[in-house]
Design a protein around this ligand. Sequence first.
Ligand code: ATP
Ligand code: MG
Length: 332
Amino acid sequence: MASTPRVFSGIQPSGELHIGNYLGAVKNWVRLQDGYECIFSIVDLHAITQAYDPSELAQRTRDMAVGLLAAGIDPARSILFVQSHVAEHTELGWILTTVTPLGELERQTAFKEKAQRLESVPAGLLNYPVLQAADVLLYLATLVPVGEDQVQHLELMREIARRWNHRFGAGFFPEPQPQLTTAKRVLGLDGQAKMSKSLGNTIGLLESPEAIWEKLRPAATDPARKTRKDPGNPDICNIFTIHQGFSPPPIQAEVAVKCRTAAWGCLDCKRVLADHMIAELTPIRERAVDLVAKPATVRAALRAGAERARAIARTTMAEVRRRMGFLGAAGD
Ligand code: ATP
Ligand code: MG
């Protein structure tokens, strides 16, 4: 068992890092580094479950590393690595499929949503949560900072851990818990679906102040505010969710009052939000520009991260193999 609580979380290199990822997960990752041993992974083996261009995967993976480092992931304190660089993820992933109930996989909302858009559904999409369970359990991590869309996968992960433990090793795998933020579900700019890399409804974390404003200005708000004089309900407004991620609490309180009383129009509210977003994102964008100019630094951070991750993963796998009775695992 891990002696100190360990944090694990991952992000797919399936597109541009966006403010939904940041507010729902990455901003929390940065904060957790102060109190926990943290392991963060760019989960490329997950990204290949969706249609993708092989000629772009490496660059997307590099870009994601730049974004995470710029956002404040500190490779001196945390482990940051690329999932496919640590082969134990696929090994444990396969092993865990043997204790995962098929019915549970078929019930996952993310699977059903992604599968319904496809004519032919790859088994990898179905098994996605099993690989995710392997990602976390490999490091015996207990805390998983994620957005709300991952809560169901975490429930299944605990079920998988319990089933494996029951069969092979009482208490070996801890049961990981999700950790959510206030902006746990940021909607896309059209206010319809969740903001997603794969849906093209995002504001990128590294966009310029002008681009941020251009996207924010026409973004959907509470539909009850048809005219400037109609009061709104911040609790159901996506712009208010984003305020909760970027604006200080007194501003959030002011925004809520001015929305409910129609003292501000939506555009006034968005302008205040844009100012706070730009203030927080400008230093991140500047650090990213710096890192892009230093590819060797990024490469070295990922290489060192993979080595540290592998060392932990190997120890876990040796024990998993021994408890499962594989030849050679107990020195026989
Ligand atoms: P994809 O569309 O390829 O699934 P994504 O934008 O959903 O991409 P992921 O890599 O699947 O991003 O998720 C990375 C992290 O960001 C996860 O913890 C996820 O819960 C969180 N997250 C993703 N989208 C949002 C969102 N709209 N609001 C809050 N958190 C989010
Ligand atoms: Mg996703």
